[in-house]
Design a protein around this ligand. Structure first.
Ligand SMILES: [Zn+2]
Length: 417
């Protein structure tokens, strides 16, 4: 150790655990009940119980390691789950056990304290991978919608001060590797090898422990915001509105005008509120996939490359510039996105607030029917975002609006402006 003291215990390799570690409880993915499925156990303190690769909390698992290394957190600490159960019930729904429906999250993840209470009492370290709570949210755009008469406060779903009552959920990723491989049309072996190599060999069990089928990847999860009664989402007789939104910190939080993310998100929430007000429910599925899952560093590099190219930022070269820097145009893999919709029990979306063909295609191909598709109203597009919008429309994104005839003529702002 750095301070010169000897390490308190020797290190146990999980890649080749040998006789010290007996085989953990099997996970029967997509089994019809929680008991037949069995708990997902990612504990790092009781190796005999582990039945996954990786550890809990997605990318935040690295901060937990820092807290332990800094001496702020006892390595053997276990959470006290008293009163943490969901503030609103979600499921169980038939989709949870339909083969191949859900492969990237644990549908029982929010019910751990209830359905595996006996295991918890027996001292097993089982952690929730989903939490469901309630909140009020408030955005200036929604107040604008009230002022403009597009929304009317009802005192229940939408208050006069612009507060919206929501049920919200946070989901950590839980990947069932055989299911993931099937969804991408590749072999499980190829998937495991790429995950092992591209994380710099971070998880040797990916290639040594084929008996472990579950991976808790160090990536961001999903936030769900539900307006109206969550039960309406699974009720075919009630209206469902949905926006599937991929994180864009620059626009969503800071209001950057180079893209349409925040205005589109606000528009999605507006449609969700209106749908909830007629007895249905609306849901925002917010995926932590910054900059098309290329990350914000790549995204900002692309902005510079776009704005410094000869002739300036134009809709014609929008996708090309991304590919020059990242090697691909997009890494979001909408293939996994519908899992959150299946978790909520959704079979039909009446209003899909999205122009993305990739999202629409995946939702429909995975058995969820879509009624109306809604593009962002033109008046909500910020000045510098026309480059992105026209490039997307020309590439075939869904829109009711006309597509610009000359993409080279759609120009963005210069870096110096
Ligand atoms: Zn954006």
């Amino acid at each position: 150790m750095a301070d010169g003291k000897p390490s308190p215990k020797h290190i146990i390799l999980t890649s080749h655990p040998g006789k010290r570690v007996k085989k953990a409880g099997t996970v029967n993915w997509a089994a019809p009940s929680s008991q037949e499925r069995g708990p997902i156990i990612g504990t790092v303190t009781e190796p005999a119980d582990r039945n996954v690769i990786g550890s809990h909390a997605g990318s935040y698992g690295v901060y937990r390691a820092l807290a332990v290394a800094a001496g702020d957190l006892a390595p053997a600490w276990k959470p006290d789950l008293t009163n943490t159960e969901p503030a609103e019930p979600i499921g169980p729904f038939p989709q949870w056990s339909e083969p191949g429906r859900i492969v990237s999250l644990d549908p029982w993840g929010h019910m751990v304290a209830q359905v595996f209470s006996a295991d918890l009492k027996a001292g097993r370290d089982i952690r929730p991978t989903i939490a469901v709570t309630k909140a009020h949210i408030n955005m200036p755009e929604l107040k604008d919608a009230i002022r403009a008469g597009r929304l009317t406060p009802d005192g229940t779903i939408l208050n006069a001060n612009g507060d919206i009552r929501v049920t919200k959920a946070a989901i950590d990723p839980v990947w069932y590797l055989p299911g993931l491989a099937e969804r991408f049309g590749i072999t499980e072996q190829a998937l495991r090898r790429a995950l092992f190599e591209q994380t710099g060999g971070m998880y040797p069990e990916l290639v040594t422990r084929s008996d472990l089928k579950i991976f808790l990847p160090p990536v961001g999860g999903v936030s769900i915001y539900i307006m109206g009664d969550p039960a309406a989402l699974a009720d075919s007789k009630r209206q469902v509105a949905c926006r599937v939104h991929d994180e864009c910190n620059g626009s969503d939080v800071f209001g950057s005008d180079i893209c349409t993310c925040r205005p589109y998100l606000a528009h999605g929430i507006e449609v969700c509120v209106a749908t909830a007000q007629v007895g249905g429910a609306g849901v925002i599925v917010y995926n932590r996939k910054e900059g098309r899952a290329l990350g914000e560093v790549t995204k900002f590099l692309v902005y510079n490359a776009r704005k410094r190219q000869p002739g300036g930022d134009s809709a014609r070269a929008y996708f090309e510039r991304t590919e020059c820097v990242a090697g691909v145009q997009d890494m979001r893999f909408q293939e996994l996105m519908p899992d959150a919709l299946h978790w909520l029990g959704i079979r039909h979306i009446d209003k899909l607030v999205s122009m993305s063909n990739m999202k629409h295609e995946q939702i429909v191909s995975q058995g969820i029917t879509v009624g109306e598709r809604m593009s962002i109203p033109d008046e909500l597009i910020p000045p510098d975002a026309h480059v992105e919008m026209e490039a997307k429309k020309a590439a075939g994104y869904f829109t009711e609006a006309p597509v610009a005839a000359d993409l080279a003529a759609v120009k963005g702002r210069d870096l110096k402006e």
